[in-house]
Write a protein that binds this ligand. Structure first.
Ligand code: ZN
Length: 241
């Protein structure tokens, strides 16, 4: 990959042109709304929340119902994410790519990192901070993980794009089943990450040609972070997935 030009799939310069008409929809606990959903193992060490916008959770629930009729089930890695955590996750992804490409300049690294993690930006709130985005994986009905990225390791960027070349036939089939169910429920995929789906945020508006987004950044009423999470240090990846 070294030397290849990498630019964001959905540039901030495009997303910032999309106005946000915040519709005030609340965040709800998606596991309470849809008990058939499961929570996947955390990818980082911090206290996760299990909320997203109500309409988004309802659509996810419909996608899961469709998949369960075919013997599959959705596991959510994360929906809404606090800006504090978003900043620290950006730092973690920066470190990950700095290790992969130690010779790149900061400007070049920024272009790569911004493809996989959103920097804090008031005009373009990172998708997870709006409650409109989610990261998901697939399991069978008993909760056994299904292949969505072999032969690549889950941290290998070669497997990240939805249409990544070189993934196994099994992984391709499972991704296609996920896409069918999610798009059927009105959720759209960020093409650089097979696991990232959204509704109502600026990315969704950009992909679908909608004139405005429905959701800006939000926090659950009265929410406070876990005091252990309040630091500027990059998050740590969970290594034993
Ligand atoms: Zn995501």
């Amino acid at each position: 990959m070294a030397g290849r030009k990498i630019s964001p799939a959905e540039p901030v310069t495009e997303l910032r042109r999309i106005p946000i008409r915040e519709n005030g929809e609340p965040l709800v606990d998606f596991l309470e709304l849809c008990p058939e959903l499961r929570l996947d193992r955390p990818r980082f060490t911090y206290r996760r929340e299990t909320v997203m916008r109500k309409e988004v959770a309802e659509r996810l629930c419909r996608a899961n119902e469709a998949l369960m009729r075919n013997g599959l089930r959705i596991q959510v890695i994360e929906g809404w994410r606090a800006p504090l955590i978003q900043r620290r996750m950006y730092g973690a992804v920066w470190k990950q790519f700095k290790d992969l490409y130690p010779d790149r300049t900061d400007a070049s690294l920024t272009r790569i990192v911004n493809r996989y993690s959103a920097p804090m930006n008031l005009r373009v709130p990172p998708p997870h901070t709006t409650g409109g985005a989610m990261d998901v994986t697939l399991t069978d009905l008993k909760g056994r993980p299904l292949d969505v990225h072999s032969p690549f390791d889950w941290l290998d960027p070669r497997g990240f794009a939805f249409d990544a070349e070189g993934i196994s036939d099994r992984a391709r089939k499972n991704r296609d089943l996920l896409r069918e169910a999610m798009t059927g429920a009105g959720l759209t995929n960020y093409p650089s990450e097979y696991w990232h789906w959204s509704y109502g945020d600026q990315g969704w508006a950009y992909r679908g040609g909608h004139p405005f987004a429905l959701y800006g950044a939000i926090e659950p009423p009265g929410w406070t972070p876990d005091p252990k999470d309040v630091t500027d240090e990059p998050l740590e990846f969970v290594s034993d997935l």
